[in-house]
Ligand binder design. Structure first.
Ligand code: C2E
Ligand code: MG
Ligand code: MG
Length: 810
């Protein structure tokens, strides 16, 4: 029986401990390398799997031979070099394969099992090849049960080690992570050394049937020690390298973590919404600003479709961005609208970027709420393009709009309506600008109500409005103008004042009346002017001959100022005659302009112009001066005529120094105040708060006051009692129809009666026929004025005492 003498085989405890330590240390280093480098790219993974394999394989191999050195068998043992090399190759290759699996595949049980099979097989095969490499004077015999147990230990312990290793990355705490590493290294160390010592326990050495040591090619224990030394040295070197890399990676990772945190912080505190969406157009990230801008909380919106934050009108566009990535390429800023959680939309600016590739692609949108900016732009637009008072488009916008429209439509029709309120200046003068403004607003509203959605209404300036009627023929333009004249003619009540306004409208039609905005506007203006000068409160279409009239207006305007300087003005006088006796009681001074080119220009044509330009002030002063001078002269010559009537325009009457001016003139001409009668029109006395006290002071000075053109203006009979008048002049328009109109006759009769009850002298204007005169005498009217007796005549037509030699009739 060849029994192994136990005294031959004894273990050196120091070397045993060293062998186990090496097994654990090698595992630790290899695992660290594998674990840490998992994050590196595929190319690096293979390299690092190789280093892990070398480390673990080297560890397995070194552990085995140190353990063999620890065993004193009481005989010389050498090793067969080829098998020795083969054992290293097996250990390293198996470990390397195992690491490849671990690094490239997901941490699942089947892969761990396969990894454990490789490592276990590496340990077992290394061990038995190493045993087979032994050359000594003894034969090895194995106990199959212990051999089987050693194999089981190798596989089982490796598997457990790998399982434990797989959970390490998910551990958050560093200390526990380290403990996890150490634990799995201990388990792997146990797999290696446990297999070895169990295997050795199952091996017995039969000294008698010894094989022959082959001195020549054998490797002696001393040499083996050198190999082991080299193995451990290289393991230590690898350990150091890994440790250094570890530190660097650790450092990098810390830095990355830090940068990651920093980015997260920046993203969350950013002023702009930063939103990431995946290829399914679902939201995957959402910062604080997004919460603020869109109103959705992060927890509610993550995973929701983008349609939650984009109004349906823009969804197609955003879908398109996702499909094409076009906006990413062009890096352009897109303006669209966002949908707030409360349901309202708001303007936003979006810049798009794309990260990742394939199905992993995500889009990041940086979104800025531009409501404020849009509002500000609108405000600027408003300032530039809108009229402050009516909020209507202003002249600038009108011109741009009309020009633009004309560029767009080359064949279509279009009409331009130029609307001007009649006598608006009077309203402003009499009631003040506040009421004037209010009136403009009301007029604008009335027109707007009456127009179609597509029509364009602008305020040109002052009381001028322009309407563009797209796709309109002259027929529609005429109809529209007709109804506008009507709606504007309805009385307006502002602050208890009932105002009667009207408008004159001029129409030009594209392309007949002009092809440019400038021509169309100019011609509509001309037609408006014509409508106004032909009696107002009506509309006129532009015709070519109107242009001539307008140029005449221009001529007048420039001539007026010159005329005052070069004394082209003169006064005519029309007698005011007693109905019963036919005696001349007074004269009305009527201004005439002898224009060097146009000849005699009637006051109806230049007085409104003089009022518009303010020239009525110096002109009116001259008229008053001249009329008083003439009257004083006649008086001096012993005239029986005791009254000079002078027309006063609104603007003159509004002058603060009006009464002073009149008194100065009376003084300088030496005319007693009671000889002067000033003629005011109804529009002047419309504002009783101002006019009544002034009229009273005028009366207090002895000057007479008459109310001219009574019945054409605004005032009703009931107002009359408040005015300190001397004379009431019934307008010519009543006289024109007095013979054939029952109504006119009744009106004139009641005016005369009421005026007389109030103690006013009544003068009927525009008497042209004897029949009119007899009617007046029937109605007991005191005086009349008219062509029947005499037209206005120059002073030369009278004698020095202001008497008419003969009665003139027209
Ligand atoms: P008014 O004050 O009502 O003057 C009467 C107008 O009627 C005068 O026109 C006169 O020529 C005209 N007239 C008189 N009798 C008859 C008649 O029988 N038949 C017809 N068809 N007309 C008659 P005129 O001189 O052209 O003046 C027109 C208006 O111009 C005046 O109306 C007055 O409002 C204004 N005006 C005239 N002179 C002055 C002036 O010196 N200062 C101011 N502020 N306005 C003036
Ligand atoms: Mg008059
Ligand atoms: Mg009159």
């Amino acid at each position: 029986m060849n029994v192994v003498d136990p005294t031959y085989e004894s273990y050196s405890p120091g070397l045993v401990v060293l062998s186990v330590v090496i097994a654990v240390l090698a595992s630790y280093t290899a695992f660290h390398a594998a674990g840490r480098l998992k994050a590196s790219g595929p190319k690096h993974k293979a390299v690092w799997a190789m280093s892990g394999g070398l480390c673990l394989g080297g560890g397995i191999w070194s552990m085995h031979f140190i353990a063999m050195l620890a065993l004193d068998m009481g005989m010389t043992v050498t090793y067969e070099p080829l098998l020795l090399i083969l054992s290293i190759v097996f250990a390293v290759a198996a470990s390397w394969l195992a690491f490849l699996i671990l690094l490239f595949f997901k941490p699942r049980i089947p892969w761990h099992l396969l990894g454990a099979v490789f490592i276990g097989s590496g340990i077992v095969s290394m061990h038995y090849i190493g045993m087979a490499a032994m050359q000594m004077n003894a034969e090895i015999q194995y106990d199959p049960r212990l051999v089987a147990l050693s194999v089981v230990i190798a596989y089982l312990a490796s598997f457990t080690a790998l399982r434990l290793l797989s959970v390490v990355p998910s551990i958050q705490k560093r200390l526990w992570k380290e403990i996890g590493f150490i634990g799995s290294s201990l388990l792997m160390g146990a797999a290696i050394s446990g297999m070895h010592y169990t295997g050795m326990a199952g091996a017995s050495f039969d000294h008698e049937s010894a094989g022959v040591a082959m001195e020549g090619t054998a490797i002696h224990t001393e040499l083996l020690s050198i190999f082991i030394g080299i193995g451990i040295m290289s393991m230590l070197i690898i350990t150091t390298i890994v440790a250094v890399f570890n530190r660097q990676i650790e450092f990098k990772k810390d830095e990355l973590n830090y940068i990651d945190d920093l980015y997260r912080g920046i993203i969350h505190t950013a002023n702009d919404a930063i939103i990431t969406s995946n290829m399914d157009m679902r939201i995957v990230s959402w910062n604080d600003a997004a919460e603020r801008i869109f109103g959705h909380r992060q927890a509610d919106i993550i995973g929701e479709p983008l349609s939650m934050i984009i109004p349906s009108a823009y969804q197609k566009r955003v879908e398109y961005f996702h499909q094409t990535g076009e906006e990413v390429e062009s890096a352009s800023l897109v303006e669209l609208e966002g949908l707030h959680s409360d349901g309202w939309t708001f303007p936003l600016e979006l810049s798009f970027s794309r990260q990742g590739a394939g199905t992993q692609k995500v889009y990041t949108g940086i979104i800025r709420d531009i409501s404020e900016r849009v509002k500000q732009n609108e405000r600027i637009q408003e300032l530039i393009y809108r009229d402050d008072l009516t909020r209507l488009p202003n002249r600038r916008m009108l011109n741009e709009h009309l020009t633009h429209m004309l560029e767009q439509l080359s064949q279509m029709n279009l009409a331009v309506l130029f609307v001007d309120l009649d006598r608006f200046k009077n309203v402003n003068d009499v009631y003040g600008h506040r009421i004037g403004d209010e009136l403009l607003i009301i007029a604008a509203e009335r027109m707007k109500k009456h127009l179609r959605e597509t029509d364009f209404l602008a305020r040109q300036s002052g009381d001028e409005f322009v309407i563009i009627l797209p796709e309109s023929t002259g027929y529609r333009a005429g109809n529209t103008a007709h109804s506008l004249v009507q709606v504007l003619n309805e009385p307006v009540t502002i602050e208890k004042n009932e105002l009667f306004i009207s408008a004159s409208i001029g129409i030009s039609v594209y392309p007949e009346d002009g092809e440019t905005a400038e021509d169309l506007l100019k011609h509509a203006d001309t037609a408006m002017y014509k409508a106004k000068s032909s009696g107002a409160n009506q509309y006129f279409f532009f015709t070519a001959d109107m242009d001539e009239e307008v140029s005449k207006k221009m001529l007048l305007e420039t001539g007026l100022r010159k005329g005052i300087i070069s004394e082209e003005f003169l006064l005519y006088y029309q007698p005011q005659v007693d109905v019963v006796s036919g005696e001349i009681k007074g004269y009305e001074a009527l201004v005439r302009w002898r224009h060097p080119e146009l000849g005699m220009v009637p006051p109806g044509e230049f007085i409104p112009l003089a009022e518009e330009t303010g020239l009525i002030i110096p002109l009116g002063r001259w008229i008053l001066q001249e009329a008083c001078r003439q009257m004083a002269e006649w008086k001096k010559a012993g005239s029986t005529v005791t009254r000079m009537s002078v027309n006063i325009s609104t603007l003159q009457f509004q002058q603060p120094d009006f009464l002073n001016m009149v008194m100065e003139i009376l003084e300088s001409t030496g005319l007693p105040p009671e000889y002067l009668e000033i003629e005011l029109t109804e529009s002047i006395v419309q504002n009783p708060e101002h006019s009544v006290p002034l009229m009273e002071s005028i009366r207090a000075k002895g000057i007479r006051i008459s109310l001219d053109d009574f019945g054409t203006g605004y005032s009703s009979l009931s107002y009359l009692k408040d005015f300190p008048l001397n004379t009431l002049k019934i307008d010519k328009s009543f006289m024109d129809n007095i013979e054939d109109g029952q109504r006119e006759e009744a009106i004139v009769e009641s005016i005369i009666h009421m005026a007389q009850r109030l103690g006013f002298n009544v003068i009927a204007e525009g008497i042209e026929k004897s029949s009119q005169l007899s009617l007046l005498s029937e109605k007991a009217c005191q005086e009349y004025q008219g062509y029947y007796y005499s037209p206005p005549l120059p002073a030369e037509a009278m004698d020095e005492g202001g008497r008419l030699e003969k009665k003139y009739t027209s």
